[in-house]
Design a protein around this ligand. Structure first.
Ligand SMILES: [Zn+2]
Length: 336
């Protein structure tokens, strides 16, 4: 864990929660859209709570506790997230992240919390993310812990989809809506990080730039590779486009299509573009040829696909079929 600092747009909230001290709720549910830095906030808070010599409410980065955290080996800290599992794909072995937090992980947490903390008067911090990844059994096991919280234990629960959580869990937490960066805060922060193409990233991430940064991938370079394919509309070369689009996995490919189609739709209705402001001319060209009913049906298909798309096999084939659908929405528009 390297990040022990919250993002600038979170500074006020961070200070408030750190100052709350004893009056802080034992379970904070940090919720909000993906990519605004909720997890970093939770980790920074964990570090500050555990730090032996915090400076102005922040972790010092120097003490034994901060050192343990950075090594991922703090005895009074547990971070729970879906675990990796090995799967075989053809002859290749692959490691993937599971989709769910399993009950065994929460049972292990019970065992851990039944022991006393490492430091006699010290805090323990439990960070769970994303909370909606817990299946029902795991949720119910967690509920018991939230109902009868162990002493001096802070739960930090991170969720991108609060609506997917059980009401019983919600009722046991203090819900904290996480702030989103304003455009100037976001751009300023990206410039300080030395990020290339900050304005492009700001728009393409929908004002939530953190997700894009967490990958090692150069998003802008990838965008420049796939974008020419999408621009071709009915003339898209499916065979050439699939390997480019699938590079970051099926979920990312679907997201790329969804963002592009939303802007096609906006362009049809002469609305300001959301993700591709620099593609106005190309989008207008496509908007002139699109069949709106097919566009809407395809968008719905993508939404459904996203919900069910955990199939590890044949992703290329699936994407190929989606791109054939994509072609069709720009074909044979009847003359008015
Ligand atoms: Zn420290």
């Amino acid at each position: 864990m390297l990040i022990t600092q919250e993002y600038p747009w979170q500074a006020t909230l961070f200070a408030q929660w750190m100052q709350a001290g004893q009056s802080r709720h034992h379970a904070l549910l940090l919720h909000g859209k993906t990519g605004i830095g909720k997890l970093a906030f939770a980790r920074a808070m964990a570090a500050a709570l555990l730090c032996l010599q915090p400076e102005h409410g922040h972790a010092c980065g120097q003490c034994q506790s901060c050192h343990w955290l950075s090594e991922g080996a703090h005895p009074d800290f547990r971070e729970i997230t879906p675990e990796d599992e090995d799967s075989a794909e053809g002859s290749k072995k692959k490691t993937r992240k599971r989709q769910q937090i399993l009950i065994d992980q929460i049972r292990a947490l019970h065992d851990y919390l039944s022991l006393s903390s490492h430091r006699v008067e010290g805090m323990r911090v439990v960070l769970i993310h994303p909370l909606e990844a817990m299946n029902v059994a795991a949720s119910n096991a967690l509920l018991k812990l939230l109902e009868e919280p162990p002493q001096r234990t802070q739960f930090l629960l991170v969720s991108h989809q609060r609506q997917a959580l059980l009401p019983t869990i919600l009722s046991r937490c203090m819900q904290v809506e996480m702030p989103v960066p304003s455009e100037s805060q976001g751009l300023q922060w990206m410039q300080l990080q030395g990020i290339a193409q900050p304005e492009w990233l700001w728009h393409y991430s929908g004002g939530a730039p953190i997700t894009v940064l967490q990958d090692d991938l150069d998003w802008y370079a990838w965008y420049q590779q796939f974008q020419p394919h999408l621009r071709r509309g009915a003339e898209v070369d499916v065979v050439a486009a699939v390997p480019v689009l699938i590079k970051q996995g099926m979920e990312a490919a679907i997201q790329v299509l969804q963002k592009w189609l939303l802007d096609v739709w906006l362009s049809c209705h002469q609305q300001p573009l959301r993700y591709h402001p620099s593609e106005a001319a190309a989008l207008q060209g496509l908007a002139g040829r699109v069949q709106l009913s097919r566009l809407l049906a395809f968008q719905q298909q993508l939404n459904r696909f996203k919900m069910t798309a955990q199939h590890p096999l044949n992703q290329e084939l699936q994407l190929e079929q989606l791109l054939l659908q994509y072609k069709k929405i720009f074909e044979d528009k009847p003359n008015k």
